[in-house]
Design a protein around this ligand. Structure first.
Ligand code: TRP
Ligand code: SF4
Length: 407
């Protein structure tokens, strides 16, 4: 069964604040976000609590990393006019949902998440036998479910977390969507749509349930989305009733797998801070040039007149990212015939990277000089996020019998 968007498609993604971002982030995650922000309603947030699950012993770097990352996002063109940008800890509703979801999440589900053991292995120097670290994929589930996100762009390593989120949502809806008198309440809700829409909904539901017509399901969902006169609770009932289950309070999100960045690091491995092979988005142009000039090439090409093989050279991977067909042909031919030197070959890359980074660095400097503006952007993003988060939380509290709690 597919996920159940009971609103228009909404994208949510988060990033841990790791400090200055680099070209690997840009060519992987950020360019994807730039595209998505035009296609969907988007929320992008700084996962500062997630950073604490592993770096709880380094509080002094957290704040700086948060602001650096926000400025990098803005500098590459994440647009607060189209995407909500916020900081996780400024929307404490995430924490309440995390707590409530923890009541129904079997311990085994968390222990089985691959990153649990993997990260403990990888970060051996840290004590990660903590409650927070075990629970962090569930915190991520709360991050996603609180916005009823339909699509979650993530890298390969995070797909299991979205899968966990789907399971938790399913379990939640199963436990709390089956209210007493569901059928009667659904019938009441149908009436509230008005005669014409009620008839259409009933007809589409029958077509889907009796004949399995996927198109009827899609049309009925679109019809429900457009209803202005019924409450959110009734909408949830009718989405659930459509499929034969109970209310769908927390829709299941889909993972939107982000293509791994083709941008290699300076040594040809994946670009990553821990490999010390990065070019940061705000790197000084002189350093960019230096780093690229020093970059290793085909090890067989020791002297200028030794021919080389692009396939064995990390610089060639950069041409794949930055160069057009004509330059690539020039490299292939020139390298294999020793017609060009490695520094010649790096020339167009140096130009391309500098051209790419110049406007980013400039915009970052503007935001750097105008911290008030950045803080306002974040405040607005937090307000926008909190509005949505509160609505979901109200529904969740009601479903879990916490109705008496005042907002
Ligand atoms: N866990 C993610 C990471 O380490 C960051 C993250 C936190 C996230 N919450 C999220 C990503 C929700 C997508 C959706 O990269
Ligand atoms: Fe690499 Fe270019 Fe030198 Fe060939 S000429 S080895 S592709 S840097």
């Amino acid at each position: 069964m597919t996920s159940l968007p009971n609103q228009r498609a909404r994208v949510l993604s988060g990033m841990r604040p790791t400090g200055a971002l680099h070209l690997g982030h840009y060519h992987g995650v950020l360019k994807n976000w730039l595209k998505l922000q035009h296609e969907y309603e988007c929320f992008f947030f700084v996962a500062d609590w997630h950073a604490l699950t592993t770096h709880y012993d380094e509080p002094q770097i957290l704040e700086r990393s948060v602001w650096e990352m926000v400025i990098d996002w803005l500098a590459v063109g994440i647009n607060p006019g189209s995407a909500g940008i916020f900081i996780q800890s400024r929307v404490p509703e995430h924490a309440e949902l995390h707590l409530l979801l923890s009541m129904i999440t079997p311990l085994g589900w968390l222990e089985r998440v691959p990153s649990y053991k993997d990260q403990q292995e990888k970060l051996k120097e840290k004590d990660l036998a903590t409650y927070g670290f075990l629970g962090y994929p569930l915190l991520q589930s709360a991050d996603i479910l609180i916005y009823r996100a339909t699509q979650v762009p993530v890298g390969e390593d995070q797909v299991a977390h979205v899968e966990l989120t789907r399971e938790v949502a399913r379990r939640f809806n199963h436990l709390y969507g089956r209210e007493a008198g569901f059928e009667e309440k659904a019938a009441e809700a149908i009436k509230k749509m008005g005669k014409k829409n009620a008839k259409l909904y009933t007809e589409l539901r029958r077509k889907y349930q009796e004949q399995g017509e996927g198109e009827a399901l899609a049309t009925a969902r679109a019809l429900l989305e457009d209803q202005q006169n019924i409450t959110l609770g009734d909408k949830e009932r009718l989405f659930g009733y459509l499929e034969g289950g109970g209310r769908i309070i927390l829709p299941e999100p889909a993972a939107l797998l982000t293509q791994a960045s083709k941008m290699p690091g300076l040594d040809g491995q994946k670009m990553s801070k821990s490999y010390h092979n990065t070019i940061s988005l705000r790197e000084d142009p002189k350093d960019v040039e230096q780093k690229l000039r020093k970059m290793p090439t085909d090890p067989a090409r020791v002297r200028r007149d030794d021919p080389g093989e692009p396939e064995k050279c990390p610089v060639w991977s950069l041409h794949q990212v930055y160069s057009g067909d004509d330059v690539k042909a020039w490299v292939q031919q020139g390298c294999r015939s020793a017609g060009i030197g490695c520094l010649d070959c790096k020339g167009p890359i140096i130009d391309a990277v500098l051209t790419e980074l110049a406007p980013i660095r400039e915009r970052a400097a503007e935001y750097e000089a105008n911290r008030g503006l950045v803080r306002n952007i974040i405040s607005e993003g937090c307000d926008k996020a909190r509005d949505v988060a509160r609505q979901t939380l109200t529904e969740v509290r009601q479903a879990m019998g916490l109705d008496y709690r005042q907002n």
